[in-house]
Design a protein. Structure first.
Lengths: 565, 457
């Protein structure tokens, strides 16, 4: 089973928001697109690592600000009561489970069954809303009487009249904790540097839980025995007698003191275990570097999930790459990949990342991209591209998806030429060049369009070689025609070098550079045969400090740059 | 698979059920839940106590609850929207008018608010799982089958005590579950089927021919009822259900008349010493109803819930109801109602007033002398002494005087069996001359004398 869909209303940055999840989901997005808010929103309808229900009670700053302002505006403007009631800001987070794998999972979800067309799903919803809409409206009206919008602060919404509940969507009935505890969320948030700090000791609490789940009765018995032995050892030192001495001044003092004794204060096993702290090598874990601590945090957490066989666990990790060195990053990446696929279907994993190699290795088809308004699942990415990226983990997929102005080129020759040209024009240095290393741009354009189709602030250009294929040209040109923010240009000749030599006075300049006296054909052949080395020569000459070579760009490249800039 | 065990009064059903439950739970390895269902909350408590006595604690995968609570929480609330398309998320026990048309109007109003009335629980539960009822096309039937598969993943076995209190809808509900891979064990006594006298008999007859059902040999032993009392009660048993006593007690059959100076004192004494004193239905000096059987009509309840207070809403309504009932008992209806209105600043319409009056009338006034129990409410209970206050009707059935064959084993008949089988030692008939004013008392004495009753000593 897994959570297939999440719908969020009026929570923090989300006015209305919907996201589709998979067994493993990789959340990506620029800063401030709501990744962290998404993780905290998910914790609302589920039970959590902190069995602290106070966390579910929101404050006014958790309610989407626009929705609050809308409501207050409608009150101040004396809108009809019907509209005012409709606009009362209410937070809700709905999660939809799907695909129970066996009888046990069916039993966990059964009571939340909902029919959606001919599909069966299981839905629960967190609500944070007024206990009584009319009461709230009345209070707000009273306190805002005679005021204008400018006088009003949005955070004066009387949130104390609100209450939260988690309901089953099929009957709107609150879900008992005994049922809800079977679906839980554990998260490692981005601000986790205190994980193994001696003061907070989160590492220990997770480790304690892990021990409680995995120790068998015999082990527990032994620990208990050892614990009482520890106390008898203390007793034997007779510290107590040394501390509280006899006192001759009072008659009954000694007889009272004699009755006193040291004894264990009968803690439960969990209390005993929580006194354990983690050591790594010869040091306490909290003395180790952040990277090491992070690594161990993630490893322990997954071990813990595996130990809770009877509950569904949604495991959320923000930026697992934080603080990790190259080697540890690879370890964590592989660990997450293996753990999420071996953990059985009661574990679902969501990670957020800014690291291309994590995205590429954990499959682009698992990616959920946040654009600020919506979340786009890339689950339909063709297998070919998924495999390509897994083989090229360092391909900068984030640049492709999120850069404002980006030009795709085939290989390093184009990249060098264009980069060199751009470096000479300070106004153009916000354009990113990505060498694809292969000829088919279509899948890359598809995936870019999935995110950026309707966003005219984002522009993409494609510089391609003709290669004597009209069919391929036509196929790529279609993208250019269909989308205003896509520009596709192809060489007129077979390949880039010929177009370059042909442009304006380039033939003469290049003949000079290469100390040749060839025609178009000869010079371009010379360049083609010399591959990137010749292009490097050209680029070096272009940026020569004393006498820069004034090479002009071929028309197709110039047009692409013009279009994206 | 369905197993049906018939066992007479005092056969040790609760003890045996607890034992079977513990054995089952200990052998059970799956995650699925086992349910033990009874008709009343007090019977639920009895099973819980028995399990704790025998096992030490209640296992976590054993749910002991009333049939109603089971049907509401495990079937109707979660699944009525799935197969019926109707949403229910609350239940009401408000008083319903007896007129069918008014009643349906009220039920409909409740349904519009997603509330189910306790009276409809059996029927709706049956509709949810029985594809032969409302589900008239293939898609709907498929949903019912899917639901049954889901329930099969959730329930291991369901044990039902006092199964004679279920009506034919509830019996059908469990039959459907039983033939869909959920084990059902039913134990009960058709001789005590007061509410639905014929339903269990008909059900057992039907099941006897089904492959998925086993009717276990009838248990006709009783640990409670002494031999002397059985001589009377056995004449109310089916031929194959005559009981044998394992009790070592010597039973006593007695009667006392209201003309006897000791009558009031004796009755009071038995009541004070927590013996069972029962009557067919409230009459004259005797009353039976308990004040919390009902609740406010839904609309009034909502007004009170949402009236201006800062307290817990559910508790507030309960307290208001309790206050109202106290007023109704101690003062007259009008005063009680006007107090209620003033307290919660209610704006009531004509119909609300009528409902409240009816509610007031249902409760006991303080001027009655004896608060006794109805025969229905002592089912499942026992005591050393059981006193039966005879009404003309009870007398007629007890002496089987002029009862036609068609009326044998009806509601009244079965009530007599229940009343006769409560006492572990002494069974007392109370003859109140006011209640039996039309009877020829000499003939009454003769006929109960024939049954073996002697004057109370």
């Amino acid at each position: 089973m897994y959570i297939r869909k999440v719908t969020i209303n009026n929570y923090r940055s989300f006015r209305t928001f919907e996201a589709k999840l998979q067994q493993l989901t990789v959340v990506i997005g620029e800063n401030d697109t709501g990744k962290t808010n998404f993780f905290t929103a998910l914790s609302l309808p589920l039970s959590g690592n902190l069995i602290d229900f106070n966390q579910k009670r929101l404050s006014v700053s958790d309610i989407n600000k626009d929705s609050v302002i809308d409501f207050l505006t409608s009150v101040v403007n004396d809108d009809t009561e019907e509209n005012q009631l409709k606009k009362i800001p209410k937070v809700s987070v709905t999660v939809e489970f799907a695909d129970p794998k066996d009888a046990y999972e069916t039993a966990l979800l059964a009571k939340w069954i909902v029919v959606d067309g001919d599909k069966e799903t299981y839905k629960i919803r967190y609500d944070f809303k007024p206990k009584d809409d009319k009461d709230l409206l009345e209070v707000v009206k009273k306190s805002f009487a005679g005021k204008i919008l400018d006088d009003i602060n949005w955070f004066t919404l009387p949130v104390e009249l609100y209450d939260y509940q988690v309901v089953s969507v099929n009957n709107e009935k609150p879900i008992a904790y005994s049922d809800l505890k079977h679906v839980s969320l554990h998260s490692i948030n981005a601000e986790r540097d205190d994980f193994s700090e001696s003061s907070s000791m989160k590492s220990n609490s997770i480790f304690t839980k892990l021990l409680m789940n995995t120790l068998n009765d015999d082990d527990k018995g032994q620990i208990n025995t050892a614990y009482s032995e520890f106390f008898s050892a203390i007793e034997k030192t007779e510290t107590f007698d040394k501390v509280i001495r006899t006192n001759d001044d009072f008659e009954n003092y000694d007889s009272i003191i004699k009755q006193l004794e040291c004894t264990p204060n009968l803690p439960n096993l969990k209390n005993i275990l929580s006194n354990i702290t983690l050591k790594y090598g010869n040091e306490f874990l909290y003395q180790k570097g952040l990277g090491q601590r992070n690594l161990i945090y993630i490893l322990i957490l997954f071990a813990y999930y595996k130990s809770c066989g009877d509950t569904f666990n949604l495991c959320c990790i923000e930026e697992p790459e934080a603080h990790l060195s190259v080697n540890n990053l690879r370890l964590v990446r592989d660990f997450i990949e293996k753990s999420s696929s071996n953990s059985g279907s009661l574990v679902q994993t969501i990670i957020s990342t800014h690291n291309p190699s994590i995205i590429n290795k954990l499959k682009i088809s698992n990616v959920l991209a946040f654009t600020g308004e919506k979340a786009i699942s890339l689950s339909d990415t063709p297998t070919k591209l998924v495999d390509y990226l897994r083989k090229r983990p360092n391909f900068d997929i984030l640049k492709l998806l999120f850069a404002n102005k980006v030009i795709l080129v085939e290989g390093p020759t184009e990249e060098m030429l264009i980069s060199t040209y751009l470096s000479k024009q300070p106004s153009l240095n916000d354009i990113d060049i990505i060498p694809i290393g292969q000829r088919g741009y279509a899948t890359f354009l598809d995936i870019w369009l999935a995110l950026n189709k309707d966003n005219q602030n984002k522009k993409i250009g494609v510089v391609r070689d003709y290669d004597n294929s009209d069919a391929a040209k036509a196929k790529h040109d279609a993208y250019d025609t269909a989308h205003a923010n896509v520009t596709v240009r192809t060489t007129t000749n077979y390949t880039l070098e010929i177009d370059l030599v042909e442009a304006e006075d380039n033939l003469a300049l290049l003949n000079d550079l290469f100390e040749m006296e060839g025609d178009l054909d000869a010079v371009s052949k010379h360049m083609i045969n010399g591959k990137t080395a010749r292009m490097l020569d050209v680029c070096d000459a272009m940026v020569d400090e004393e006498n820069p070579l004034d090479i002009k760009l071929p028309a197709h490249i110039a047009e692409v740059i013009e279009a994206v800039s | 698979m369905i197993e049906v065990q018939i066992a007479g009064a005092g056969a040790g059903k609760t003890y045996g059920l607890a034992k079977t439950l513990i054995e089952h739970i200990e052998a059970c390895t799956s995650h699925k839940k086992t349910f033990a269902l009874t008709y009343t909350n007090s019977a639920t408590a009895k099973i819980e106590q028995e399990i704790i006595k025998q096992h030490g604690f209640i296992p976590s995968n054993l749910c002991i609850q009333t049939v109603h609570s089971f049907l509401l929480n495990e079937i109707i609330y979660p699944f009525s929207s799935f197969t019926l398309g109707d949403v229910y998320n609350d239940a009401s026990i408000m008083m319903l008018p007896s007129d069918a048309r008014f009643k349906n109007w009220h039920l409909k109003r409740l349904k519009d608010k997603n509330i189910i009335h306790a009276e409809s629980v059996y029927n709706i539960a049956k509709q949810i799982v029985d594809e032969t009822t409302k589900h008239n096309n293939r898609a709907k039937k498929a949903k019912v089958r899917r639901l049954l598969a889901i329930l099969g993943s959730c329930f291991d076995k369901i044990f039902i005590d006092e199964v004679q209190d279920l009506d034919k809808d509830a019996l059908r509900f469990f039959e459907v579950l039983g033939c869909n891979d959920i084990d059902i064990y039913m134990i009960g006594d058709p001789k005590q089927a007061i509410k639905f006298p014929q339903d269990l008999d008909a059900f057992v007859q039907k099941l006897a021919q089904k492959k998925y059902a086993t009717i276990l040999p009838i248990n006709n032993q009783t640990r409670r009822v002494p031999r002397e009392i059985l001589t009377v009660s056995n004449s109310f048993c089916y031929e194959n259900q005559q009981q044998e006593s394992l009790s070592e007690m010597v039973g006593e059959l007695m009667y006392i008349e209201s003309t006897d100076g000791r009558y009031d004192d004796l009755l009071t004494h038995y009541l004070d010493t927590k013996q069972l004193v029962c009557i067919d239905k409230k009459n004259g000096r005797y009353t039976t109803s308990s004040k919390h059987k009902h609740s406010f009509p839904r609309e009034i309840e909502e007004m009170i819930r949402d009236s201006n207070h800062k307290k817990d809403k559910a508790l507030f309504v309960k307290a208001a109801f309790s206050d109202f009932m106290d007023d109704a008992i101690n003062e007259d209806n009008k005063k009680a109602i006007s107090k209620l209105i003033a307290r919660h600043s209610l704006a009531l319409n004509k119909q609300h007033f009528a409902q409240l009056h009816e509610l007031c009338n249902s409760c006991t006034k303080n001027d009655v002398q004896f608060k006794v129990q109805s025969i229905e409410s002592i089912k499942g209970l026992d005591a050393d002494v059981c006193v039966i206050i005879l009404s003309p009707n009870t007398l007629k059935y007890l002496t089987q005087n002029g009862i036609s064959k068609a009326n044998r084993f009806n509601k009244e008949w079965k009530k007599i069996y229940v009343a006769l089988t409560r006492a572990k030692k002494r069974l007392v008939l109370a003859l109140d001359h006011d209640l039996l004013a039309k009877e020829d008392m000499a003939a009454v004495r003769d006929s109960i004398g024939e049954l073996g009753f002697v004057t109370h000593n």
